[in-house]
Design a protein around this ligand. Structure first.
Ligand SMILES: *[C@@H]1O[C@H](CO)[C@@H](O)[C@H](O)[C@H]1NC(C)=O
Ligand SMILES: *[C@@H]1O[C@H](CO)[C@@H](O)[C@H](O)[C@H]1NC(C)=O
Length: 291
C-alpha cells in the first residue's frame, strides 16, 4: 500500500513538473527596453517578432489600447502611426516626456509576445565651450554646457581619448607642450557635441637647455667659453714656463760668465803674485828681505 502511494505521489510530482515546463514554453515572451528620442523628431518602435496573419496585434499607450491589427490588416491606429508591418511611429515628441508603449501579440486566445518600450524624449546636446585657465600653477580646463543634467563628459588630448570624466580636467603645465590640444566631448543618449580645441595657458619658463646667451644656445655658449678659457689658461701656462726657462738660462749664463771672470781674475792674480815672487828673487827685491 505504502509503496503504491509513494509511486502515485512521485508520478503526480513528475506530471506537475512536466506541466510547469510546458507552461514555460507556452508562456509569452516578455521584454522591456528604454528608447531615447530627440524632441521634435519621429521615432519608430519595431516589433521584436515577425507578425503572421493568424495573429492579432495590439498597441497600448500608458495602458490604453490605441491600435489593432488582425489577419494582416490595420483595423485601428492609422492616425496613431501603425504601419503595415505592425511597427508604431511616434510623431512630434515633446521634450522631457516619458511615455510607455506596449505591443502584444496573441495567437488564438493566448498572449505570445509582450514588449514594452519606455520612450524618453531628450533635447540634443549643445556645443560645449572649453575654457583653459592657469590656477595655482595648474592648467585647468572647464567644459561648459548650458544644461549639464544627464550628460556624459569625455576628454580628448591630441584626438586621443582620456580616461577622465567630469566637467573639469587639470594638468601639470610642465608636462604639456605648447602644442598639446584638449577637447571635451559632451553626449547624451541621442547626440554628442565636441568643443573647439584649446591649448595650455600657464606660462612655463623655458628649460635651461633652450636658454639663449648672446643669440647662441646656452650650452653651446658655455662650451665655447670653457674652450676659450682653457686656451687662454694654456697660453698663460706656456708663457710662464717659457719665461721661467729663459730667465734660468740667462741666470746660468751670467753665473757661468761670472765664474769665468772670477777664475780669470784669480789666475791673473796668481800670475801676478808669482811674477812678484820671482822678480825679487831674481833682482833681490825688498819683498824677500822683509819675509
Ligand atoms: C504616460 O505616463 C507617463 C508616466 O508613466 C506620464 O509621464 C505621461 O505624461 C503619460 N502620457 C500620457 C499621454 O498620459
Ligand atoms: C564622443 O562621444 C560619443 C558618445 O560617447 C561617441 O560616440 C563619439 O565617438 C565621441 N567622439 C569622439 C571624437 O571621441
Amino acid at each position: 500500500m505504502m509503496m503504491m502511494m509513494m509511486k502515485t505521489e512521485m508520478a503526480a510530482v513528475f506530471v506537475n513538473t512536466l506541466l510547469l515546463l510546458c507552461c514555460c514554453f507556452i508562456t509569452s515572451t516578455v521584454s522591456q527596453e528604454n528608447v531615447y528620442a530627440a524632441a521634435g523628431e519621429d521615432v519608430t518602435l519595431r516589433l521584436k517578432n515577425k507578425l503572421d496573419s493568424s495573429e492579432r496585434l495590439y498597441w497600448k499607450h500608458n495602458g490604453t489600447q490605441i491600435a489593432l491589427m488582425k489577419s494582416g490588416r490595420v483595423v485601428i491606429g492609422v492616425d496613431e502611426g501603425l504601419g503595415t508591418d505592425g511597427s508604431l511611429t511616434l510623431r512630434d515628441l515633446k521634450k522631457g516626456s516619458v511615455e510607455v508603449y506596449t505591443s502584444q501579440i496573441f495567437k488564438g486566445g493566448n498572449l505570445e509576445h509582450e514588449n514594452t518600450f519606455i520612450v524618453r524624449v531628450l533635447d540634443k546636446v549643445q556645443k560645449p565651450t572649453l575654457v583653459a585657465t592657469c590656477e595655482k600653477h595648474t592648467e585647468t580646463f572647464k567644459c561648459q554646457v548650458p544644461q549639464a543634467e544627464g550628460l556624459t563628459i569625455a576628454w580628448l588630448q591630441d584626438e586621443k581619448p582620456l580616461k577622465e570624466t567630469g566637467p573639469t580636467l587639470t594638468r601639470d603645465p610642465k608636462k604639456l607642450t605648447a602644442e598639446s590640444s584638449f577637447k571635451c566631448n559632451v553626449s547624451n543618449h541621442i547626440s554628442f557635441e565636441i568643443s573647439q580645441p584649446v591649448k595650455k595657458t600657464c606660462p612655463v619658463p623655458d628649460p635651461p637647455a633652450t636658454k639663449e646667451l648672446f643669440g647662441f644656445d646656452f650650452w653651446t655658449m658655455v662650451g665655447i667659453l670653457a674652450g676659450g678659457g682653457g686656451l687662454v689658461l694654456l697660453l698663460i701656462i706656456v708663457t710662464i714656463v717659457l719665461c721661467t726657462r729663459a730667465r734660468r738660462r740667462r741666470h746660468n749664463r751670467l753665473k757661468a760668465e761670472g765664474r769665468g771672470e772670477l777664475e780669470m781674475a784669480w789666475s791673473n792674480q796668481q800670475q801676478q803674485q808669482q811674477q812678484q815672487q820671482y822678480q825679487p828673487a831674481r833682482h833681490g827685491g825688498p819683498g824677500l828681505k822683509a819675509s
